[in-house]
Design a protein around this ligand. Structure first.
Ligand code: C2E
Ligand code: CA
Ligand code: CA
Length: 897
């Protein structure tokens, strides 16, 4: 049994050692029992006496060995061994006295070690009790308990025989005192043993064996007290003492109990009753004595009662003290909780199922901007109004449905002053917990974090400069609008907008000024659209607008773009200069196949078309534009290599004197011999070249080539006389300060006389930036070249402008010439333009003369010079040369003069 109990405790070497140890002890116990038997057979014989002493002495030896081998606290074992040894010493002294004196006295020196052995055992038990893990002050309770039991036991003993013995005045005082000490020590020992047994939840090991041994002694003592002097009985008493000594010695070989935790004593009426109960015992004893007809000794009873009252008082005081301590602990916990709550940024609410606050929550009131307002009994909604009531109700309902579960949620609310806030909450339904009986809500202010989050999201979807939605968000909104389109008969539209000449602003005023201009444009765009429409900046100077569902989307989009272009007309002040900016707008309408990407691409294509037809306009997308856009993209890519791969050529259209057909000069017209697309006319690629900046090297090449060709013809055909060469220059070229340099180089390289070179530019080029243009024209004139206004009449030119730009030639646009259809009804505009030219003293060239009637009318109106298919199409250099040689020959053949 020992073995199984031990093997359950651990494993390995210590168990084996311990097992053998216990086995040795049991062996010895068996031998001891045999010796005890020998003593019983003939107690008074020498054999009997010696076997008694052998058992007693060996018990003390065994006890010391056991104590020495003990694991852990050895004090208990040593005290037990001391007790057993003292007892054995008493036995030896007593036996010696018996041998020496034949009949030893009732009281002798042997009583000293005997009595001391009780003290040693009591000390061992106290040590055992003190090893128990007690709550604060509980060991004192143990001592009081021990005292109470001791007094009661003593009282019973007193009644049984001790009283008579002690009060027997015929006996010497010393004897009476010694006799009184035995029951007194017994009482203490009994009390301690009971207390030890009561502390152990499961009796095992040392304490059981010890208790058994001590009980043997106590029973023997008790029997001795009650039935003293009976010789036969005394052999049985000897047996009790011997057995006791053996068991006590054996107990030292037992593993000491793991120090058990003291049982929690409940501070209730029960413990008060238990503390008072012993007070009844003296009364009961007196009653029994009275029933037996005895006279109980009142002094002893009174003494016992006084002692018990004192002890009960101590016990009561201790109960009161622990009660007070418990209260204090509770108060301190409450103070702790409220201090934590008061100094935490979180507010804690306890709500009932109807959302009524059941606690004082100053934090909560303060959090929501009304620090003084009482919370207990108030509705939570009185403090904070959720923006989404349905959502907050749902969260509360969820918590109510799942008691004990933690729910976390964030709500946007308005506080009592209507300020918006974000509250982070944590809800637990503890309605079923009787100590709480509410839904506990932890609340903290999440406003700052939420705002920061929103800011991050805003940054991710907005343009940092203008604050407008960015491309990602815009695409998303277009997608949503298309979704809605599918459910309604209405349609959305996208406007794509690109500022004209923004690069110029950036270049001349710097990026900061450019940024300010972009912000101003953003502001104007926003004021030109409806509230539900989305304006975005796609990057650079590109903007887009989403017009939500409309039943007449085209009209509305055009109306919006008209408003936008109108609003942009108002000049913006930048660096104390007024800058006017225009924009080109492309419009795309959603249809059933549209996607966000296709709609934005279509609007982009339409915008390019708008730029191409002349800036500051809006164009509605048509499917044909898509192919044009694809082609345009290709052209853009290929044009980069056109020059280096020698794909550019010049065609020459003669300028003739209509009267005679004499060629006075040529206009150089650019052609691109594209390897796959064939010969491309300039309007297919010049705008692209302008946009990409390639116009600079291309224009330089045209100038050089045209001058070279003119110079060559003049050298080869001296009869051609003062043959002129007209070269077209674009707006970008006029704006660039390298133009003058390029012209000078071309003239110098070719050796052409400056007066033979005519530079043509349109009115629009001139009025876009009048000051630069005027300055540039001045520089060019200083080189000696002549200047022509191309496509005259199509721009906004006014007389004053023409005066400002001192030019030499006006080229009346083909569209006016085309209006001349019969010889009688001359269109007034044509007459007006011709008059204007004459008034300014300019040379006039009519463009696009295709029919004889046009030639006649123009001649009749005093316009001598013209170009047109009627005379010649633009020709290759060799054809032009042939034509030139031919006219020269025929002119030579016609006799002049
Ligand atoms: P533009 O300066 O007005 O050139 C005259 C255009 O009218 C030429 O078109 C010519 O072929 C065409 N044309 C001449 N006579 C007639 C006629 O009787 N009927 C009709 N219907 N058309 C006629 P092209 O060659 O296609 O040139 C178009 C424009 O391209 C030119 O208009 C000019 O503005 C520009 N361009 C041509 N070459 C260059 C160049 O080297 N540099 C620059 N910057 N622009 C150029
Ligand atoms: Ca021209
Ligand atoms: Ca022209």
């Amino acid at each position: 049994m020992k073995g199984t109990a031990l093997s359950g405790r651990g494993a390995g070497k210590p168990i084996g050692r311990y097992f053998s140890r216990a086995w040795q002890a049991w062996c010895w116990l068996g031998l001891g029992l045999i010796a005890t038997g020998l003593h019983l057979v003939e107690p008074t014989s020498l054999m009997g006496q010696l076997s008694y002493l052998a058992v007693a002495v060996s018990a003390s030896a065994v006890a010391w060995i056991g104590a020495g081998r003990a694991v852990g606290d050895r004090t208990v074992g040593r005290l037990i061994a001391l007790g057993v040894t003292l007892s054995a010493a008493g036995d030896l002294v007593f036996q010696a006295l018996e041998w020496l004196t034949d009949s030893p006295p009732d009281v002798s020196v042997a009583d000293v070690p005997w009595l001391c052995s009780y003290l040693a055992l009591s000390a061992a038990l106290l040590r055992m009790l003190s090893l128990t893990r007690h709550r604060h002050g509980a060991f004192r309770d143990v001592l009081v308990d021990v005292a109470v039991i001791s007094v009661l036991v003593l009282l019973v003993e007193w009644e049984l025989s001790v009283g008579a013995l002690v009060t027997d005045s015929s006996q010497p005082v010393l004897s009476r005192v010694v006799w009184a000490l035995y029951p007194a020590f017994d009482a203490v020992l009994i009390a301690l043993v009971l207390r030890v047994v009561a502390t152990r939840h499961h009796l095992r090991g040392m304490s059981v064996v010890f208790a058994a041994g001590a009980m043997c002694w106590l029973l023997a003592d008790f029997a001795y007290l009650v039935i003293a002097s009976a010789d036969v009985v005394s052999t049985w008493l000897d047996t009790g003492w011997l057995l006791g000594a053996m068991l006590l010695a054996a107990s030292t070989w037992q593993r000491p109990d793991a120090a058990p935790a003291a049982r929690e004593s409940r501070m209730g009426l029960g413990s008060v009753a238990l503390a008072m109960l012993p007070l009844l015992v003296p009364g009961v004893i007196e009653l029994l004595a009275w029933l037996r007809g005895n006279d109980a000794n009142p002094i002893a009873l009174l003494g016992a009662i006084i002692l018990l009252v004192v002890l009960a008082f101590l016990r009561g005081a201790r109960l009161l003290a622990s009660e007070a301590r418990a209260r204090e602990l509770l108060r301190s916990q409450e103070r702790y909780s409220s201090a934590v709550a008061a100094n935490s940024s979180d507010a804690v609410l306890v709500l009932d199922a109807d959302g009524v606050i059941r606690n004082d929550a100053p934090q909560f009131a303060a959090l929501l901007g009304s620090p003084e307002a009482p919370t207990r009994g108030a509705q939570v909604l009185d403090f904070a109004t959720p923006v989404d009531l349905v959502e907050s109700d749902a969260a509360f309902a969820r918590a109510l449905l799942s008691p004990g579960h933690v729910f976390e949620a964030e709500f946007e609310v308005a506080d009592r002053d209507g300020r918006p806030m974000w509250l982070g909450t944590r809800l637990v339904n503890l309605l079923e917990d009787p100590d709480v009986a509410g839904v506990v809500v932890n609340i903290h202010d999440a406003t700052h974090r939420k705002l920061a989050e929103q800011e991050l999201v805003h940054q991710a979807f907005h343009d940092s400069l203008t604050g407008l939605p960015n491309r990602a968000l815009f695409g998303d909104r277009v997608g949503q609008a298309l979704e809605r389109d599918r459910r309604t008969p209405l349609h959305a539209a996208v406007l794509y907008l690109d500022l004209d000449g923004f690069k110029g602003v950036n270049d001349s005023f710097g990026h900061e000024a450019g940024d300010r201009l972009l912000c101003e444009v953003a502001r104007r765009l926003l004021s030109a659209v409806r509230a539900g429409d989305t304006v975005t900046r796609l990057g650079g100077d590109e903007f887009a607008i989403l017009l939500e569902q409309s039943n007449r989307p085209i009209a509305e989009a055009q109306e919006v773009s008209r408003r936008i272009l109108q609003s942009l007309l108002m000049p913006v002040e930048i660096e104390s200069q007024l800058v006017t900016i225009s924009a080109s707008v492309g419009i795309a309408l959603a249809d059933s196949d549209s996607t966000a990407a296709s709609l934005m691409r279509d609007a982009d294509i339409a915008m390019y078309r708008a730029k191409a037809v002349g800036k500051g306009q809006s164009v509605v997308y048509e499917p044909s534009m898509r192919t044009a856009a694809v082609e345009r993209l290709r052209i853009e890519n290929d044009l980069v290599h056109a020059l280096e791969r020698d794909q550019l050529r010049l065609a020459y259209q003669p300028v003739v004197l209509m009267e005679t057909g004499e060629i006075l000069g040529f206009e150089a017209l650019l052609r691109w011999h594209h390897p796959e697309l064939g010969v491309l006319p300039p309007d297919k690629f010049i705008p692209v070249a302008e946009e990409s900046g390639l116009i600079a090297p291309i224009g330089q090449w045209v100038l050089g080539e045209a001058c070279r060709q003119a110079a060559q013809w003049r050298r080869d055909l001296p009869a051609s006389g003062n043959l002129s060469m007209a070269v077209n220059v674009s707006g970008r070229q006029v704006a660039s300060d390298t133009l003058v340099q390029h012209v000078a180089t071309a003239l110098a390289d070719s050796g052409l006389a400056p007066s033979s070179l005519v530079l043509e530019m349109t009115e629009t080029v001139l009025i876009q930036d009048p000051e630069t243009a005027a300055a540039r024209l001045q520089e060019l004139r200083r080189l000696g070249v002549r200047l022509a206004v191309d496509d005259f009449g199509t721009g906004y030119s006014s007389l004053s402008y023409l005066r400002q730009f001192s030019v030499d030639i006006l080229k009346v646009d083909r569209s006016f010439v085309a209006t001349i259809t019969d010889a009688v009804a001359i269109p007034p505009i044509v007459r007006g333009l011709l008059d204007l030219g004459r008034t300014l003293g300019l040379e006039i060239i009519a463009e696009g003369v295709e029919y004889d009637v046009q030639r006649e009318v123009l001649l009749a109106q005093g316009c001598d010079l013209a170009q047109g298919f009627l005379f010649a199409r633009p020709l290759s250099p060799s054809d032009a040369r042939t034509l030139l040689t031919g006219t020269l020959r025929s002119a030579a053949a016609v006799p002049t003069g």
